[in-house]
Design a protein around this ligand. Structure first.
Ligand SMILES: Cc1ncc(COP(=O)(O)O)c(C=O)c1O
Length: 373
């Protein structure tokens, strides 16, 4: 046997430990034995449990997180040509939903200390009279959502929280998704609460909005074959995904705590190095991604790869530089541009071994302080 010269890589994410915690085959078998694959008891059970977990009145399951954002925008009556305020450093998901409607994203710069939407920059953008704001809780850190909602409400503009990376993040007893008019979730398999395929959800406290969202996710139907709401589509959360999510939800807080303690070990181990770590280790950060900022990122990543540590970049291209939609007018986005050049993601997931955490810390140290190599 020929031994590999490249050391086995520590992945950025592994589902192994999450998969082992719950009998996923049991969840799936329950659905198969019932012969009911859509709009059944697993969906009802998960929607009720997730609404309660988030501390809101209603949860509506949908097919994925991008649909959640698009349906939320439609529920708020965003129409073609409208403007929607979004950040440009969050992977284009919000922009995808805005563009799917034929609306136009207006980009808001970020706070360089948190990498989240800046409420001050938002108040400038509100002069362009957007119809809605999407505030992403990026990397699992709650944005300054109270200030964002205050600024937007003063301008009469509703806010959608994009919670796809922040399931369970909490401040002053309130969880992600419960601060604004609507909260949108992705349950993509790598998320803090992940399904075994695509899945998403929308939460709100507003009964009229919840009813409208329910119609929009299923052809605009008010009742079977009776179309009441324009802009409807098929975006259902199926029974298998709902069963897995319902069975995994009770583990979410423990997984988040484990993620946060790995983040704390990184922050302690990386202290004093020329890099920037995430700014919080309290419960407003559920450590979806551990994103540091370094200079000379390409060289850093090469060094990490040679040491057997995978890294990723979330996200390398700011939305306003994506090629599909051509040049846009936008306010200055200096903090966004700078962050996109410097961010790099280290491995972090429930089950990441202590020895691997140490390997990652040593690899980062040796990349940034060559004397420690
Ligand atoms: C911040 C954010 N918003 C939206 C999405 C879209 O979710 P989905 O992939 O389920 O469509 C994702 C992730 O993939 C995300 O990270």
């Amino acid at each position: 046997m020929v031994e590999s010269l490249v050391p086995a890589s520590i992945p950025v994410y592994s589902p192994a430990s999450v998969d082992a915690a719950v009998d996923v085959v049991g969840s799936i078998s329950r659905v198969i034995e019932r012969h009911r694959y859509l709009s059944g008891p697993e969906l009802d059970r998960f929607e009720a449990a997730f609404a309660e977990y988030c501390g809101v009145g209603y949860c509506i399951g949908v097919a994925n997180g991008t649909d959640a954002l698009e349906i939320a925008l439609r529920a708020l009556n965003v129409v073609p040509g409208d403007r929607v305020a979004v950040v440009a450093n969050a992977g284009f998901y919000g922009s995808t939903a805005v563009r799917a409607i034929g609306a136009v994203p207006v980009y808001v710069d970020i706070d360089p200390a948190t990498l989240q939407m800046s409420p001050a920059a938002l108040s400038e953008v509100l002069r362009l009279r957007p119809t809605a704001v999407i505030a992403t809780h990026l990397y699992g850190l709650l944005s300054d959502i109270e200030a964002i909602v205050a600024v937007a409400t003063e301008g009469g503009v509703p806010v959608i929280e994009d919670c796809a990376q922040a399931h369970g993040a909490r401040r002053d007893g309130k969880r992600a998704g419960s601060f604004a008019t609507i909260g949108c979730f992705s349950f993509y398999p790598t998320k803090n609460l992940g399904a075994v395929g695509d899945a998403g959800g929308i939460v709100t406290n507003d009964p009229a909005l919840a009813a409208r969202i329910r119609r929009l996710r299923q052809y605009g139907w008010a009742a079977k074959y009776h179309v009441k709401t324009a802009g409807g589509r098929n975006s259902r959360l199926d029974e298998i995904q709902a069963a897995v999510l319902g069975d995994r939800l009770p583990h979410l807080d423990a997984w988040n705590a484990e993620r946060r303690s790995i983040a704390a070990r990184y922050v302690a181990g990386l202290a004093g190095l020329p890099l920037t770590c995430p700014p919080s280790l309290t419960e407003d950060y559920v450590a979806h991604l551990f994103v540091i900022q370094v200079e000379d990122r390409d060289r850093f990543r090469e060094h990490m790869a040679a040491r057997g540590v995978s890294t990723d970049v979330h996200y390398p291209v700011p939305d306003h530089h994506q090629l599909a939609y051509g040049p846009e007018q936008h306010p200055p986005l200096a903090a966004t541009e700078r962050a996109c050049e410097r961010v790099v993601t280290l491995p972090l997931f429930p089950g990441l071994a202590d020895a691997d955490i140490d390997t990652v810390i040593e690899a980062v140290a040796s990349a940034l302080v060559p004397a420690r190599a």
